[in-house]
Design a protein around this ligand. Structure first.
Ligand SMILES: N[C@@H](CCC(=O)N[C@@H](CS)C(=O)NCC(=O)O)C(=O)O
Length: 278
């Protein structure tokens, strides 16, 4: 096969990645299987994909079962997912015959363990640095963090699931801005020491999670996040978030430079989503 033929196949594969069903994934006893919605950068799935990309963990993509009832069978479409994991959010991560991992902190630990020996360590050995990494990750990913507050900006089924109330929703932009400013100050301090990363002198999980999840309040161009039929609405929502005055004010050039640097240097760009492109 010529180099041109090979690269054309690789391009096709990266544009239309294969997805298997959850039943197929559950029956497998080898490999790392992660659930996704084709064409959609569900933020935690996208972040885990980037973590696994850095760790050089090959992923088998699995269709995350949608909410609701299957019209043909009348059954809850997420019944199997619930049976396997006792929850329904995405992504769930299966590896070999191990128990499923459903929460980012466990998924990160697993990726760190099974990653290629030559890949960067995303969780520092040094405990002081580790405390900084997990502190920053929690501000982005844990309850009442960046994403949590981003979800309750509007009253929607997802907002309701994450505790939407008028009071919580009106406090959310201020909390998001506080998280952005905390990251900005840290980047500023790092910059003064000649460092480009959030913690210490090397890439950590905090950079990957922040850069990926901050796309929800600081949108990126199609060269980084392709537009698909499925993600159009989500991208407009992210755009609107970035224009909420207190958030817009907190977003500095430094934040943008770091986000773009991490995504284009360490993550797979353009992101490979599957689904139908626009
Ligand atoms: N349990 C996950 C939550 C991840 C999460 O919030 N996923 C979102 C999509 S990015 C989700 O599934 N939302 C729909 C739902 O919770 O039903 C974690 O903390 O890591």
């Amino acid at each position: 096969m010529s180099d041109d033929e090979r690269s054309s196949i690789e391009t096709q594969e990266s544009q239309s990645p294969e997805f298997i069903t959850l039943d197929e994934a559950a029956a497998m006893t080898n490999g790392t299987r992660v659930t996704f919605i084709p064409g959609m950068q569900a933020m935690y799935s996208e972040a885990l994909k980037n973590i696994c990309f850095v760790k050089n963990v090959p992923l088998i993509r699995v269709l995350h079962p949608p909410m609701g009832v299957d019209e043909a069978t009348g059954k809850d479409r997420q019944a199997k997912l619930y049976e396997l994991t006792s929850q329904t959010s995405l992504p769930t991560m299966l590896h070999d015959k191990e128990r499923p991992r459903n929460v980012w902190i466990e998924q990160l630990a697993l990726a760190e363990r099974i990653g290629a020996a030559s890949s960067p360590a995303l969780i520092p050995d040094n405990f002081e640095l580790r405390a900084e990494v997990f502190g920053l990750c929690a501000i982005v990913l844990a309850e009442d963090g960046l994403i949590w507050n981003m979800r309750i900006l509007i009253d929607s089924p997802l907002g309701q699931k994450y505790g939407f109330s008028k009071e919580a929703s009106s406090a959310a932009p201020g909390k998001i801005a506080e998280a952005i400013t905390l990251i900005d100050r840290r980047l500023e301090a790092q910059e003064k020491r000649g460092l480009r990363y959030l913690v210490g002198d090397a890439l950590t999980a905090a950079d990957i999670y922040w850069a990926t999840l901050s796309m929800s309040i600081l949108p990126v161009p199609p060269e980084i996040m392709p537009r698909t039929r499925k993600n159009k609405g989500m991208l407009s929502y992210f755009e609107a978030n970035s224009q909420i005055p207190v958030i817009a004010e907190a977003l500095t050039k430094r934040i943008e430079d770091h986000q773009r640097f991490i995504l284009t240097t360490h993550c797979e760009t353009p992101a490979v989503l599957g689904g139908d492109s626009l």
